[in-house]
Ligand binder design. Structure first.
Ligand code: ATP
Ligand code: MG
Length: 653
């Protein structure tokens, strides 16, 4: 009949019913039957026997046999030589691992850790006598008969943990058994037998022989068990951890860890009130990942009463650590309102990881034209600003803030000039910056990827190919109407360009400045209602090798003599334009004079006027007192008043 583990019979004839997961049962039956069929003796041994008899859940099954490891490996298809020198082979049956160990007696122990050699023995009692505690030294044969030569079952029922043989000898052989004693006593709620305890206390110094990795593994098993609190009390009572190779100090009183899923959380909970995660991590040879995770949870614990600090910690350590920290706080009986606040704070953060920021260092380096330590610092500042709700989390407001903080800043003719390198658009930058920049700020870029003009047409402004800038002006404005203001700006820029070039630069309604009908400069006026600012974009073509072909353009180098160089005059053009603009915006010119100048500068060629039915050609004939332009249809001779294309930005942050 095949092996079955449903009842166990003691020597005294008592029958004990057993429960073991079917998956494990079937796997161990295959192993027991195969060994038997090959005429080997085989026993179920170790923790499984103990747990099955005490009605505890069984997680794994160990088998002892008189077959040598080589024979075991020959007998089964799938085996792993896990510890052949000690006789252990792992046999895999349908994905379930069964540890099969050749029955052995341990040779002499000279290092306090492991036997110098092992000898394989033919009798189960010899094998059981090398085991550590009486309840771990029982075996069941294939007929279901219990071998319990040291009274392990009676000890377990009497709730006593007792060493097999003379405790001082057993602890001297392998000092790790002292920590195992604590773990088993805690896990099974046992009292440690007096002699076993006394010898443990007397042999504590031997723990120094044990590698910290093994100590660490044993403590992990305690932390992971359902009985960590009891284990910690016993650890404190025994004082064992003061005698390990690297002495460890742990608090004796810990809360229940059972609600905490991960070992990282459990360790964090244990170390909560204790400083020095790093020292312990080092002593216990923790992996870098474990040390980081535990330290993060503990560090977050210091920030729970301060929203700013908490949110910064979430940013630094991540949402996983935050959630883990909240779980640990709950295990430590933190008040529900504190836990709720932390959950809410975290949920409302616009970003919870540094990489989620809508802008990155590369964009800043390109915008500012220089790399350096400031980039990392700036990114961190922006992350914090976003997390604390000081800046809307979008690319343009972030870039604008970075520019206001870090761009080169100069002052000229009442303007604060911010110089940037290459960005998408000075106009979008200026509009975003309008939230917090000073009045009369101007943003000058060396190049723009996505500059835009009237009707939203997007174009590429080549680096150093012209003067690309946008100015922010706040009320009160010098001229009453929008039309007047728009006209005043165009006149000012046109005037400056006439002074610079000394050629016949003209205004082409509504926003262009042309030379012989070819566009030299475009102007775009916008107001941002939300920030009560007027944003004036000005692009003047300086020298462009790859000028767009689709519109008749000209550049300053086209209109100037060959000896004139844009490079050499760039700065002067900029100064003249800013000066002329400042003069106009200060209201130094009466609008009647602006109007007269506008009419004097306006291009006399017919312009295309978009009407509801069609596009008509018309000549400019006048400008009204409010700054509207009057045109006459070239065919019908009819005159019409035009309103300049006033663009209003409806929403912006
Ligand atoms: P757990 O349920 O925690 O796995 P276990 O009793 O199965 O408990 P293991 O470490 O898996 O513990 O060891 C299996 C068996 O091997 C033990 O029951 C014990 O008989 C024996 N054993 C393990 N370690 C030692 C040791 N250091 N000294 C003596 N015997 C040991
Ligand atoms: Mg085990």
């Amino acid at each position: 009949m095949g092996f079955r583990l449903h009842t166990v019979r003691t020597r005294e004839g008592e029958t004990i019913a057993c429960t073991i997961p079917p998956r494990l049962h079937d796997a161990v039956a295959v192993v027991m039957d195969a060994l038997d069929a090959a005429s080997y003796r085989a026993y179920v041994v170790g923790g499984c026997v103990r747990d099955v008899l005490l009605g505890q859940p069984v997680h794994d099954v160990d088998v002892a046999t008189d077959a040598t490891p080589e024979h075991v490996m020959a007998l089964f298809d799938r085996t792993v030589p896990t510890g052949v020198q000690h006789g252990t082979v792992t046999v895999v049956i349908a994905d379930t691992a069964i540890e099969v160990t050749t029955m052995r007696a341990d040779g002499e122990y000279t290092d306090g850790r492991r036997p110098d050699h092992v000898v394989f023995v033919g009798h189960i009692d010899a094998d059981l006598s090398r085991r550590d505690f009486t309840m771990n030294a029982m075996a069941i044969d294939r007929e279901g008969t219990l071998y319990d030569p040291f009274g392990g079952l009676a000890d377990a029922h009497a709730r006593i943990l007792r060493a097999v043989g003379m405790p001082h000898v057993r602890f001297a052989e392998d000092a790790l058994r002292m920590l195992r004693a604590i773990r088993f006593a805690a896990a099974y709620a046992l009292d440690i037998d007096q002699t076993t305890w006394d010898d443990l206390m007397a042999q504590r110094h031997r723990l120094r022989a044990i590698a910290m990795e093994r100590v660490s593994a044993e403590l992990d098993r305690m932390v992971l068990s359902a009985h960590a609190q009891r284990a910690w009390t016993l650890l404190a009572q025994s004082g064992l951890l003061a005698f390990t190779k690297v002495p460890i100090s742990l608090t004796s009183d810990i809360p229940s860890l059972t609600a905490l899923a991960s070992i990282d959380q459990r360790w964090a909970c244990v170390l909560w009130t204790q400083r020095g995660v790093d020292a312990l991590a080092h002593a216990l040879r923790w992996s870098h990942a474990r040390r980081r995770a535990v330290a993060a949870i503990c560090a977050m614990g210091d920030t729970v009463h301060d929203k700013t600090a908490w949110c910064e910690a979430v940013l630094k350590y991540g949402v996983r650590a935050a959630t883990a920290c909240i779980d640990v706080l709950r295990a430590r009986n933190e008040r529900p309102e504190v836990l709720d606040a932390l959950t809410q704070w975290t949920a409302h953060m616009p970003i919870t990881s540094p990489t989620a920021l809508a802008i990155d260092g590369r964009v800043l380096v390109e915008a500012m034209g220089s790399a350096g330590a400031w980039v990392g610092q700036c990114v961190r500042e922006l992350q914090r600003d976003v997390v604390h709700g000081h800046i809307v989390h979008a690319r343009e407001p972030l870039l604008a803030t970075a520019v206001l903080r870090h761009a080169r800043r100069t002052h000229v003719h009442g303007w604060t000039v911010y110089d940037v390198d290459v960005i998408d658009s000075t106009q979008t930058l200026a509009k975003a910056a309008a939230v917090r920049c000073p009045d009369r700020a101007v943003f000058v870029a060396r190049g723009q990827h996505r500059a835009y003009g009237t009707q939203g047409k997007v174009w590429h402004a080549p680096r150093d190919g012209g003067l690309w800038m946008s100015a922010v002006v706040r009320p009160p404005y010098a001229y009453a109407s929008w039309g007047q203001r728009a006209a005043a700006v165009v006149v000012a820029v046109c005037h400056a360009l006439r002074q610079v070039t000394d050629v016949d630069v003209r205004i082409k309604w509504p926003n262009d400045i042309v030379v012989h009908g070819r566009k030299l400069c475009g102007i775009l006026s916008e107001t941002t209602s939300s920030h009560k600012a007027w944003v004036i974009g000005i692009g003047i073509n300086g020298e462009m090798t790859d000028a767009p072909q689709d519109i008749p353009l000209c550049t300053l180098t086209h209109v100037m003599p060959p000896s004139w160089s844009w490079d050499a005059h760039m700065q002067r053009v900029r100064e003249m334009v800013l000066q002329a603009l400042a003069h106009t915006l200060d209201g130094h010119t009466l609008f009647s004079d602006v109007r007269a100048q506008w009419l004097a500068y306006v291009d006399t060629r017919p312009i295309a006027v978009r009407c509801p039915d069609r596009v008509r050609m018309a000549h400019v004939v006048d400008m009204t007192e409010s700054g509207s332009v009057v045109v006459r249809d070239t065919h019908t001779g009819e005159t019409t008043e035009l309103f300049s294309a006033h663009q209003r930005e409806p929403t912006l942050g």
